[in-house]
Design a protein around this ligand. Structure first.
Ligand code: HEC
Length: 167
């Protein structure tokens, strides 16, 4: 009798554990935009309509620190300088944004590069002292998540008028 109730108890415990394991497995994980962040940046673009992409990491200190490391590891600094002040290429820290300053435009520019962005219907609205094409990073970075973190860091280099901030 004692053995029976013990084995029933053991059986119940393992059933509960099994159910928990199954419910964890059945959990679809983060939905919508969060799940999309793991996608390659190039695919992430196609799920969102033009003008709708928004950086989930703006002003997030942890993401900014990661973004800074990524910025250097992908050699963005080689062209834009370590603090985004430009150099060989346009500065990222001033209020002049060639195609626009919003998250959506900048994500697409970084992922597609200038050539494909122009093909997608974008045109330069402003020019900086240096004129040239931005390289496509969409297939070089791991996923959309990395590109947003890099942009979150780039935003911290901004030295323009705070009133013109639209991100
Ligand atoms: C080979 C040089 C080069 C590298 C490397 C490079 N860029 Fe660029 N980037 C450019 C040029 C040139 C432009 C201007 C594009 C245009 O006018 O079409 C630009 C434009 C930009 C802009 C828009 C600037 C504005 O004023 O509107 C952002 C943001 C940017 N790059 C971010 C990055 C990031 C982040 C990286 C690293 C992942 C990176 N770039 C790597 C050359 C480079």
């Amino acid at each position: 009798m004692r053995y029976t109730s013990l084995s029933v108890a053991v059986g119940l415990v393992s059933l509960v554990l099994l159910a928990r394991a199954m419910s964890v497995e059945a959990d679809p994980g983060p939905k919508g935009a969060d799940a999309d962040l793991a996608k390659p940046a190039i695919d992430y673009l196609t799920v969102a309509k033009k003008g709708t992409l928004k950086n989930p990491y703006t002003d997030n200190p942890k993401a900014i620190a990661e973004g800074k490391q990524l910025y250097f590891s992908y050699s963005c600094n080689g062209c834009h300088g370590g603090t985004g002040g430009g150099g060989m290429c346009p500065p990222l820290s001033n209020a002049v944004w060639i195609y626009g300053s919003d998250d959506d435009t900048l994500f697409r520019l970084m992922a597609l590069g200038s050539k494909k962005l122009n093909e997608a219907g974008y045109a330069r609205k402003r020019t900086e002292k240096v004129k040239g094409p931005m390289v496509p990073f969409g297939e070089l970075v791991e996923n959309a998540d990395e590109l947003w973190k890099i942009l979150a860091f780039v935003r911290t280099t901004y030295r323009g008028d705070p009133k013109r901030r639209n991100w």
